[in-house]
Write a protein that binds this ligand. Structure first.
Ligand code: PLP
Length: 454
């Protein structure tokens, strides 16, 4: 075959790999994907239908519809608490599209992008596809995977062009405090690189409140948002980024080369989502909270350790007692017990020994899936292979954040000069509680239906 470029071999996301394996196995309990099981709220769907039937079916400006950029700027000022004008907004194909367009214009081949470990798999893939290297910085396991600014500083090199921060975090659920984010903004300013703040899960915080990095301090911050999670709109592929005008214009050009513009009907749907009633978001948040409580009570009962999340809709469960690495455990759990989860190793070395459980399914599926997980863990531990890998279960720490109250005046917040192109672990001992079989674990028949195609 005629030669392909070096990008042809970029590794695919381990989340997608698990998804495909799960889909290939009938009746799998699907706890692997971060795709809300809720349908998009009706008023949003209706806005899209109306737009389509009224002939709103053409290309839009590459940066996005003026009315949607206006709606985004309003929301950012009022909800996220930092100054924003429409010229700083680019409507993107989900957060993925925003991050790709951004890294395309922030990093040259050979440059480095610092990414959290554990962190969402997309960062490394996107960095790889723009020819940059994703350099991990360790999150602090002892604080439930909170930000360790000193670890970020240690990871910086003269080649660092951007630091990615993700709060609330996928997969850890940690929610950063204002002080930590402000320190990170300071670090980016000092080292003349960009801080890319991925706030995909901004609407799902259970302990404390979400705070946007850009609301914490003035500095070279670019914020990435999406409608995917907040409004259960993963399939609509619409998100937005907020950046200094020059960066926004460059990112829009990068996006233009790939998609010309985001789907016109999806943009109308997003506008309805941002400007319409927010009750559905509160209902989904309440449902995730209920599912989290259900999952953690069950894991407590099964004596399976986990990291308590403060936000997002995932749960990292400690499977180190199985005595095998997280990928081996996850594959066996799928093949032998019909439950799909994502191995922690997919998110970086820092999550080895853990698996990610998604709370995007109904309570009965969560319950049955975790019962089976507990049973699989108990069986392996009892078989004597339960040598620990590297997970260190601990009491999760709920960290409280306060909501941003910065001026929402319409002016630009980019008071600082834009960066130019340029060049623990604690000794706390492991608190391992061996998994034991629960009386209900014998059941393997599950009534929950497998979700298809996501
Ligand atoms: C942290 C994080 N950022 C970005 C994305 C991408 O979201 P979108 O569907 O908006 O592209 C995801 C998706 O799971 C995510 O978890």
């Amino acid at each position: 075959m005629t030669r392909l470029s070096s990008f042809a071999d970029v590794q695919r996301s381990a989340i997608r790999e698990m998804l495909e394996r799960a889909l290939a196995r009938p009746d799998t309990i699907r706890l692997e994907l971060g795709d809300p099981d809720f349908t998009t709220p009706p008023h949003i769907v209706e806005a899209a239908l109306r737009a389509a039937s009224e002939g709103f079916t053409h290309y839009t400006p590459s940066v996005g519809l003026p009315s949607l950029r206006e709606a985004v700027a309003d929301r950012v000022r009022s909800v996220n608490g930092f100054a924003c004008v429409p010229d700083e907004v680019v409507v993107t194909t989900g957060a993925c599209g925003g991050l790709y367009a951004l890294l395309r214009v922030l990093a040259d081949p050979g440059d480095e992008v610092l990414v959290p470990d554990p962190g969402w798999t997309g960062y490394a893939s996107i960095a790889a596809f723009v020819g940059a290297s994703a350099r991990p910085y360790a999150l602090d396991r002892d604080s439930g995977f909170g930000l360790d600014v000193a670890a970020v500083e240690r990871a910086l090199t003269p080649h660092t062009r951007a630091i990615v921060v993700n709060s609330p975090s996928n997969p850890t659920g940690s929610v950063e405090r204002r002080e930590a984010l402000a320190a990170l903004v300071g670090l980016a300013t000092e080292h003349d690189c960009w801080l890319v703040s991925d706030e995909a899960y901004e609407s799902f915080v259970f302990d404390g409140a979400h705070v946007s990095a850009a609301a914490c301090a003035d500095g070279p911050v670019i914020s990435v948002f999406t409608c995917s999670k907040t409004y259960a709109m993963t399939g609509w592929r619409v998100g937005y980024l907020v950046a200094p005008r020059e960066v926004a214009a460059s990112a829009a050009r990068a996006q233009e080369a790939v998609v010309s513009s985001v789907s016109s009907v999806s943009q109308k749907a997003a506008e309805a989502a941002l400007t319409g009633p927010q009750d559905a978001v509160a209902e989904m948040r309440a449902a995730y909270r209920r599912r989290l409580e259900l999952a953690t009570s069950l894991l407590d009962e099964l004596q399976v350790p986990y990291v308590r999340p403060a936000g997002a809709f995932y749960l990292l469960v400690d499977v180190a007692a199985a005595g095998v690495d997280s990928r081996t455990f996850a594959l066996a759990l799928l093949d032998e017990h019909g439950v799909a989860v994502v191995p922690g190793s997919a998110f970086g070395a820092g999550a080895e020994g853990l698996v990610r459980v998604s709370l995007c399914v109904a309570e009965d599926a969560i319950s049955e899936g975790l019962q089976r997980l507990g049973s699989a863990l108990a069986t392996r531990a009892a078989a004597g292979s339960g040598r620990a890998t590297s997970a260190r279960p601990r009491s999760p720490i709920a960290r409280t954040t306060t909501f941003a109250t910065r001026s929402s005046a319409g002016g630009s917040r980019w008071a600082v000069s834009l960066p130019r192109a340029r060049s623990r672990r604690s000794s706390a001992s492991r608190r391992r509680r061996s998994a034991r079989r629960c009386s209900r674990c014998a059941a393997t028949g599950c009534s929950s239906s497998a979700r298809g195609g996501r």
